[in-house]
Design a protein around this ligand. Sequence first.
Ligand code: SF4
Length: 275
Amino acid sequence: MSTIIRCSSLSHYSDCTRRAAAKMFFKEISEEYGFDLTLVNTSAGAAVGTAMHKALEAAIVLRSKGLPYSDEIKKVAETSILETVREGIVWDDTTFDKATGVMQAVRQTHSILDVMPDLQEIAIEGEFTADLGDDFILSGHIDIRGREGELNTIQDFKSGTTARVNIPQYGGYSLLTRTAGYKVDLLREIYAKRVGKTKAQPAPVIKDYEPAMAENFAWAVIKKIKSDMQTFRKTGSPWVWLPNPNSMMCSPHYCPAYGTKFCKCRSLKKGENNG
Ligand code: SF4
């Protein structure tokens, strides 16, 4: 079976390559190599982000047809957060219950719609894929493609308590889109900050990136992921992947490798060794 590399994994790879591998290749590493990785629940931040994405996709379609969309935003956000809560969620200090998550997703969605210009020829796409050779596939879900004046744009929505830099992810989208035969002139991120419910929603931050630079960045990460996985298949050693115990995400809440045989960097007990 082909090995999938998702564009959304590219930007996190260098933060802790071992955690990224445990997440990306969870099934193979645990089932074929016998490492005791643990499933982690969705974080509250990711849950709000997913709800916001779904609400935005619905609202943008309605807005492009001149139809009202406020009620739909609330409905879609509620359904999405409820789904994640049922599957298992890790609350945090900013989003500590369902009602807060829905409220944040709704107001973040409105804040993005307030600054996002109307696009022409909007396409809300499903998955794009491209063959990377050696039985590896690049895959990505692009939020919105659309034309703004003369520019063919890819628009990606982000949320979170802290803005991150996601250039490799967008470079991956650009590669996928161009492989599918479409033109790309501009990569745009619209970021809505996730803030506590007593604070006012800040205005979104828009960042534009040039496709050629982002594609180069994406290629560098893709090549590294491929070669690291190929080396792991030859050696079976987790030390193919450099761990980063100083990562902000080095926690049993966010890392499937935490405290397992795959990575004991943060949890050595007396008498244990780190493999
Ligand atoms: S436990 Fe920490 S260092 Fe080890 S893989 Fe997870 S995030 Fe990286």
